[in-house]
Design a protein around this ligand. Structure first.
Ligand code: GDP
Ligand code: MG
Length: 202
């Protein structure tokens, strides 16, 4: 039998700039308020090797990210600096390693119905310049690919969230031991998921 949708989990990381900008509470608050449940959390300074393995958990990531980035330049009428997607990704990955290892990060697992899609919606698009108003990246940061490329650094977008349930499963395993993920009940789950709402009236 398939797992109930309320059991879906996603991996979230407050990136070093999110911590420096004093946005930890704001970000956690948004995920809490939508109804998701925090089931694991730690603060750490990641090493570059662990970060590289994290971004390349999906064997297709190098190709896909390179192709997406090249297409992004072309859609803006710009000539990509390099035509080979793997070379483009190599630069992105080097910058990402410096960015993600520059300070502490907070890593978390959030659980709830459609956790992956809901968190992506709250987080917003990758490039803050075009992230929707109301999303975390749209509301709290003003970076762009053109500025980060000019400065030869990663785009600073405050937070990471898994892009799919398959990605979430791999990412959670990469950062957490199974015993670090806590199974527990929140009282608010009754109002979100109970079928008959029969425990309210006295
Ligand atoms: P996310 O899931 O929204 O964080 O985005 P992706 O998984 O697609 O990309 C991972 C990271 O790669 C992003 O946070 C960026 O740092 C970088 N990246 C992705 N696409 C581009 C791009 O078009 N240009 C540049 N410079 N970096 C990119
Ligand atoms: Mg991603």
């Amino acid at each position: 039998m398939n797992k109930h949708p309320k059991k879906e989990k996603t991996f979230v990381a407050v990136k070093p700039d999110g911590i420096q900008r004093s946005l930890i509470g704001e970000m956690i608050s948004r995920l809490e308020k939508v109804g998701l449940k925090l089931v694991a959390m730690k603060m750490l300074v990641a090493d570059e090797d662990h970060i590289e393995k994290f971004y390349t958990l999906n064997p297709e990531w190098r190709r896909v990210t390179g192709e997406k980035t090249i297409a992004g330049y072309k859609s803006k009428g710009l000539k990509p600096p390099i035509e080979d997607p793997f070379e483009v990704t190599a630069i992105i990955l080097e910058n990402l390693k410096k960015y993600m290892a520059s300070g502490p990060v907070i890593i978390m697992v959030w659980e709830g119905a459609h956790a992956v899609a809901i968190v992506r919606k709250l987080v917003g698009a990758t490039e803050p310049l075009v992230s929707d108003v109301g999303s975390i990246r749209g509301d709290f940061v003003l970076d762009s690919y053109s500025m980060s490329d000019t400065d030869k650094r990663s785009v600073r977008n405050l937070i990471h969230a898994s892009g799919s349930t398959e990605e979430a499963e791999k990412e959670i395993k990469h950062w957490f031991k199974p015993e670090e993920i806590i199974n527990y009940r929140l009282v608010s789950e009754e109002i979100l998921y109970d079928v008959n709402l029969d425990g309210i009236l006295e």
